[in-house]
Design a binder for this molecule. Structure first.
Ligand SMILES: NC(=O)c1ccc[n+]([C@@H]2O[C@H](COP(=O)([O-])OP(=O)(O)OC[C@H]3O[C@@H](n4cnc5c(N)ncnc54)[C@H](O)[C@@H]3O)[C@@H](O)[C@H]2O)c1
Length: 340
């Protein structure tokens, strides 16, 4: 099976490319290498061997995307992961964010419609499509916030409520992907991902906080916490996400046109303060913290209800919060040169 992965040099993308190459599949990795450090992910992928073709292509360019897809008519699975991923950047430059996430996704869908052998198209959406969730009651505990009710987390039937240019552009992509299944019969699935973390995550202060905290700790840089640090996320280790991608491709006939929340779920949550404490524990030293104003729209808590994915895909996260942080920190410490 030939798989095309957009954003193939990014965090999730490079892990996905490596995963499918290791299975002996042919992988077309497409990326514009716009994100800082993605050239290093690409160099790592090129060193793995395997049947990979890399195409430096910008998904904002419809003709270029169409040309790449046309060159590989044997593509059977498509993971659309390329995106502008930082909310802060989307606020600074909403046009570029729109062009990459909304128009870029549209370009990918239009080109995918003409792929003769396409069996599955997965789109990496985001929990941000549910907005601020201000009506979901939250209680404050010592080191974290928690939902007052809602023990299973936020499910897919939650109304959409796009906040921030990033929320709007990813949300527009999300809805186009759902609709292309309805209108054109394209075998698409939308995966509304929560916080994903793991090796090859080039976290920066504005995006990818799990990796960023480990990187800043390794570099000995002070960490700025926006808000009080008690905000909670469910977190999913990248290998668990890849297992889900694989299962979704296998079961595409049963799940096409569907939307799934994908995260660590209620059993795998962490607050920023708890993450700091874990890293301090593993490193055996204190981190220097600074506190700043809350970022607009930052949810106090987001925990996904992953029951639908668990049921339809017979899938559960396997990597615990403790193990995952240990693996990520070890990878960051072993790859100091990537962050110099
Ligand atoms: N990592 C997470 O926690 C998380 C959570 C929710 C959703 N997602 C979604 O998952 C996907 C992958 O996220 P990630 O964490 O790997 O992000 P990432 O930033 O590491 O990867 C995105 C990749 O897309 C590429 N890209 C950006 N603009 C492009 C363009 N115009 N043309 C071609 N390539 C372009 C970048 O160079 C980068 O390699 C994204 O769609 C993101 O919105 C991620």
């Amino acid at each position: 099976m030939t798989i095309l992965i957009t954003g193939g040099a990014g965090f999730v993308g490079s892990n996905a490319v490596a995963h499918f190459l290791a299975q002996g599949r042919r992988v077309i990795a497409l990326d514009n290498l716009g994100r800082r450090g993605t050239d290093k992910n690409l160099a790592w992928l090129q060193g793995l061997g395997g049947d990979m073709v890399f195409s430096q292509t910008d998904i904002r360019d419809a003709a270029a995307v169409t040309a790449v897809f046309r060159a590989y008519p044997d593509i059977e699975a498509l993971l659309h992961l390329a995106a502008q991923t930082a909310v802060t950047t989307s606020v600074e430059d909403p046009r570029e964010d729109f062009e990459t996430n909304a128009l870029g996704t549209f370009n990918v869908l239009e080109a995918a419609r003409r792929l003769p052998r396409l069996k599955a198209l997965l789109y990496a959406s985001t929990n941000k499509v549910y907005g601020g969730l201000t009506d979901v009651a939250v209680v404050e505990r010592d080191d974290r916030y928690a939902y007052r009710g809602c023990p299973d987390g936020i499910a897919e039937d939650r109304p959409l409520d796009f906040h921030s240019p990033y929320g709007c552009s990813k949300g527009a992509g999300d809805q186009y992907v759902v609709d292309y299944a309805r209108i054109y019969g394209l075998p698409t699935v939308v995966l509304r991902q929560c916080t994903i973390y793991g090796p090859r995550q080039l976290g920066v202060e504005d995006q990818g906080f799990m990796a960023w905290f480990c990187i800043a700790a390794m570099l000995g840089e002070p960490l700025t916490i926006y808000g009080d640090g008690k905000q909670v996320r469910d977190i999913l280790y990248v290998s668990d996400l890849l297992a889900l991608y694989e299962r979704a491709i296998e079961r595409i006939d049963r799940i096409k046109g569907q939307v799934y929340n994908v995260g660590g779920g209620p059993a795998n949550t962490i607050s920023l303060l708890e993450l700091v404490a874990r890293i301090e524990n593993l490193l055996g030293r204190r981190l220097e913290l600074r506190f700043a104003e809350w970022r607009p729209g930052d949810q106090r808590v987001f925990i996904a209800n992953i029951a639908k994915a668990a049921r339809d895909l017979d899938w559960q996260p396997q990597v615990s919060v403790e193990e995952g942080i240990e693996y990520l920190l070890a990878w960051v410490l072993d790859n100091r040169d990537l962050f110099a």
